[in-house]
Design a protein around this ligand. Structure first.
Ligand SMILES: Nc1ncnc2c1ncn2[C@@H]1O[C@H](COP(=O)(O)OP(=O)(O)O)[C@@H](O)[C@H]1O
Ligand SMILES: O=P(O)(O)OC[C@H](O)CO
Length: 497
């Protein structure tokens, strides 16, 4: 019988539950995809009840599997898609609107107006973020302004709001706990990095009443107990961490300069900057990497909105693929001299361009272009976007020697090799690709007292493979020049309206 943590990973496209041992071994897993709702141009929503029921079902399944194999569950760690916002009634627990997902662009005009009125400096200075629909605050404002009576009810204290972690905490504890952690709070645009608290000026800017927001705790903390009915026993909730910060912990990026890149629905590169709130000159974000013992550790982040989602689009909308993994063999057999480039701006462009109105495009097609060339273009579009982030990070004075990758798409060998070629850097892939959930589990073990510090997890880090650059430099330069031209074209179309 060994001690274990049940990690809940509520991602953009699926909910997963994974039981980990203190050595980082996977003892049980369960996963459920749920429906993506696209109610209008640039809009992406989730049904909060579908999020909750998929989390509960997968958590219960993983719990049962681990317990029947003789493991003792010490408690729960939660990690989640960030920025996505939910508002619910405190009495009934019912959401007043669907969750507005981080990819949703409906508040582009609202953000542009704030930016044109000169407010971006305040957001950058206090929150470390930019004025873009990506972050929660404008979405929360939208719900309060567009759902009948919502603002008055919020002001009367009848409504609670939160990112997905808060929604799960509320449901797991039967409405006892309305909380979040600093890594999630800092993605709202309402949280001061320096003060580590909700910021009055930002609340005013986005017209959000303080009373709707959750308490902000450390990432390893006491988040209450689950109701006994869910697992047959009341389990303590020991950690909450945004998924990208979870992966930073799972990859043991604890020293300044250590960097990870996660390829799920989107791609998010985080580099640890220690206790320094380092601000970017190149439109990258400053974020809390984790907060333990009341002490925040910061990171600089580059966010790309579409990574695996481009592959999903080829599979589900274009029906060119049976499954995501098949992109590796298709890319390998695509015509060598075909130069098809996909700029996968399906949800606007994130860092470093920040163009919410940009839309995806494919360049360089001929009559010979088929599913193989499209699959390669989708994988390469993600690679090139990562290169844009690394370039911005280098321009900010960050030293990139090697990158640790993870997430669903990192399992693709062709993609990992092309990433190494275009970044001209070694790419390290760990044995456990579920580093997001692993990070939540590590933080929970820390809170449970199984680890005395996060450094205890370093010995667990095991590499599966290192990919080394193989592409000649002239070829790399030619490709990047072409990519930049394609991005410029997409940005110009967005500007033309
Ligand atoms: N072998 C693969 N090659 C390319 N893309 C993949 C592969 N496996 C999964 N993906 C993509 O990765 C994403 C799933 O990764 P995951 O980490 O589970 O994402 P999320 O947490 O955002 O739901 C999907 O968008 C899928 O298209
Ligand atoms: O669903 P993922 O894993 O791509 O992560 C989503 C991010 O948290 C959005 O900021």
């Amino acid at each position: 019988m060994s001690d274990a943590i049940l990690a809940i990973d509520q991602g953009t496209t699926s909910s997963r539950a994974i039981v980990f041992s203190p050595k980082g071994e996977i003892l049980a897993t369960a996963q459920q995809e749920f429906e993506q709702l696209y109610p209008g141009e640039g809009m992406v929503e989730h049904d909060p009840q579908a999020i909750w029921s998929s989390v509960l079902a997968t958590a219960q399944a993983a719990y049962r599997e681990a317990v029947s194999a003789g493991h003792k569950i010490l408690g729960i760690g939660i990690t989640n898609q960030r920025e996505t916002i939910i508002v619910w009634d405190r009495k009934t627990g019912k959401p007043i609107h669907n969750a507005i997902v981080w990819q949703d662009r409906r508040t582009a005009q609202f953000c542009r107006a704030l930016s044109e009125a000169g407010h971006e400096a305040l957001v950058q200075d206090r929150a470390g973020l930019l004025l873009d629909p990506y972050f929660s605050a404008s979405k929360l404002n939208w719900i309060l302004s567009n759902v009948d009576g919502a603002r008055a009810r919020a002001e009367a204290g009848e409504l609670a709001a939160g990112t997905v972690d808060s929604w799960l905490l509320w449901n797991l504890t039967g409405g006892e706990v309305h909380a979040t952690d600093a890594t999630n709070a800092c993605r709202t645009s309402l949280f001061g990095l320096d003060a580590q608290d909700w910021d009055q000026d930002l609340l005013k800017l986005f017209d959000v009443p303080r009373g709707v927001l959750p308490d902000v705790k450390d990432s390893a903390d006491d988040f209450g107990m689950t109701q006994a009915e869910h697992f047959g026993e009341a389990l303590p909730i020991l950690s909450v961490v945004g998924d990208q910060q979870g992966a930073t912990v799972g990859q043991a990026c604890f020293e300044p300069g250590e960097m990870k890149s996660t390829y799920g629905t989107g791609c998010f590169v985080l580099v640890n900057t220690g206790d320094e709130i380092k601000k970017s000159e190149n439109r990258l974000l400053t974020t809390v990497a984790y907060r333990v013992g009341g002490k925040p550790t910061f990171a600089m982040e580059g966010s790309i909105f579409i990574a695996g989602a481009a592959v999903q689009w080829l599979r589900d909308e274009m029906r060119l693929l049976k499954n995501a993994a098949e992109t590796a063999e298709r890319a390998a057999r695509a015509q060598a001299d075909a130069d098809v480039v996909m700029v996968p701006a399906f949800a606007g462009m994130g860092a470093p361009h920040w163009s919410p109105d940009a839309r995806a495009a494919v360049f360089g097609m001929t009559r010979a272009t088929g599913p193989d060339e499209m699959a390669r273009a989708a994988l390469e579009g993600v690679v090139y976007q990562t290169q844009d982030l690394i370039e911005a990070m280098k321009n900010d004075g960050l030293d990139c020697q090697a990158i640790s990758v993870d997430g669903g798409m990192a399992a693709n060998d062709w993609f990992a090799q092309r990433l190494s070629d275009i970044l001209s850097l070694p790419i390290d892939r760990p044995k456990v690709l579920e580093t997001t959930a692993l990070g939540a589990a590590y933080l929970a073990f820390l809170q449970a007292g199984v680890f005395s510090s996060l450094n205890d997890v370093r010995q667990n880090a095991e590499r599966d493979r290192r990919f080394e650059p193989q592409m000649p430099q002239e070829e790399r330069a030619r490709r990047l020049k072409r990519w930049k031209a394609c991005v410029q074209a997409v940005l110009s179309v967005a500007e033309a309206g």
